[in-house]
Design a protein around this ligand. Structure first.
Ligand code: UD1
Length: 384
């Protein structure tokens, strides 16, 4: 069985690494395609070395652009890849533009699609990722979920239950695998930080940085943290360029905030693992802090990952700096405790590949694309 696995942007790499590892262990062939959505060394290259990801077999080199342009460029380039080689299944992860673009190309070519991290919903269609999630899930033949509420969303949207497999969280496979190594890297000493004494911030969503008003609130919230403890901010290129454009960057630095380049996977993991608290608008970091037991304040009005709130260490604080100030005081006094959600145990990649391999043995989609009906007979044994 031959899988074509897609990565494009930073959050894809830690999700795909355990899937490829498990596929190879199970004797499945895996071609890795990098769309090139993220191309900076800090957002891409270092992850391949640290996560033992094989070098991509194919690099599409699409780069930045508007959502439509970026998605279209990935589609055109990936279509040519599928034209030239046999594949039994395309595996996409997460919710970035590359995820949607490659799922769409595969579906049109009647190549079965597996979507890892299916069914998450913020119910906020102003988020580009929400559109990507909804459409990718409609196109997917196999939908792998990280938490049980995801299946409810999918079924409500008309996805057959037989296609849905609750397998846990692949990103946590990667985190557990590398946590000990990350701790030994000495990033805290390098930055002059003491464990549990600093705040770590990552904010990059367009809604939080793209206008002077939203970027101003984001910078103000970061300064609020700085009133109480040292703050480390590895800046995403989007945030850096907006902060610079709106004249916010120098003020942050003048306020004593440590503004850094994006960190490698290991160093960022070590920073998260040792932070007193994290302020973020990232999806993945809400989950990683829950797995690490570190308090997380999510700088958004909603989350597609509610289990990090109901069971984990996450809380939604919104984007008002005054509310952040109150939440910070509360968190420093009584950090939210939680527990690690069901099946976030380091074995999600294995479960995914076990399901895929069983489907492969049962025969994949026929030319009419009626993949769901192929699965129905095997469904009872495939539910994980
Ligand atoms: C993308 C994902 C988002 C994910 C984030 C993680 C979508 C819709 N969004 O957002 O879900 O949380 O990645 O980082 O797919 N840029 C660089 N170097 C790079 C890549 C981008 O400088 O290597 C700059 C460019 O100016 C670009 C901007 O960052 O225009 C945004 O990049 P893009 O990939 O479009 O979206 P992200 O904001 O990174």
């Amino acid at each position: 069985m031959h899988l074509t696995c897609i990565v494009g942007a930073r959050p894809n790499f830690p999700k795909m690494a355990p899937i490829i590892e498990a596929a190879r262990r199970a004797g499945l062939e895996a071609t890795l395609v990098h769309t090139g959505q993220h191309y900076d060394a800090a957002l891409s290259d270092s992850f391949f070395t640290e996560l033992d990801l094989p070098r991509p077999d194919v690099h599409l080199g699409v780069g930045s652009g508007s959502h439509a342009v970026q998605t279209a460029k990935v589609m055109e380039a990936f279509d040519a890849v599928l034209e030239g080689r046999h594949t039994d299944m395309v595996v996409v992860v997460g919710d970035v533009n590359s995820t949607l673009a490659c799922a769409l190309v595969a579906a049109k070519r009647r190549v079965p699609v597996a979507h890892v991290e299916a069914g998450l919903r913020s119910f906020d269609r102003t988020m580009p990722e929400e559109i990507n999630r909804i459409v990718t899930d409609q196109l997917a033949d196999l939908l792998f979920t990280t938490e049980r509420t995801a299946a409810e969303h999918l079924v409500r949207e008309g996805v057959s239950e037989q296609r849905i497999h609750f397998v846990g969280n692949v990103m946590i496979d990667t985190l557990l695998k590398h946590r000990a190594t990350a701790r030994k890297r000495g990033v805290l000493a390098r930055l002059g930080l003491q464990p549990r004494s600093f705040a770590l911030v990552t904010i990059h969503r367009p809604s939080n940085v793209d206008t002077p008003s939203s970027a101003g609130k984001t910078a103000a919230a970061i300064r609020v943290l700085g009133e109480r403890l040292p703050v480390v901010v590895p800046l995403h290129p989007r945030t850096r360029s907006r902060f610079r454009e709106f004249g916010l960057l120098d003020d942050l630095i003048a306020a004593g905030i440590s503004v850094l380049e994006p960190q490698s996977y290991f160093d960022f993991l070590a920073l998260m693992d040792n932070a007193a608290l994290v302020l973020t608008d990232s999806g993945g970091i809400q989950e990683e802090t829950t797995a690490l037991g570190v308090a997380c304040m999510t700088f958004r009005e909603n989350t597609e990952r509610p289990i990090t709130i109901t069971e984990g260490t996450n809380q939604l604080v919104g984007t008002d700096p005054a509310v952040v100030r109150a939440a910070l005081a509360e968190t420093l006094e009584r950090p939210k405790s939680g527990h690690v959600p069901e099946l976030w145990d380091g074995n999600a990649g294995e479960r995914i590949i076990a399901v895929i391999a069983r489907q492969g043995r049962g025969g994949l989609a026929d030319a009419s694309g009626s993949y769901g009906s192929h699965l129905s007979g095997a469904a009872a044994t495939c539910q994980t």
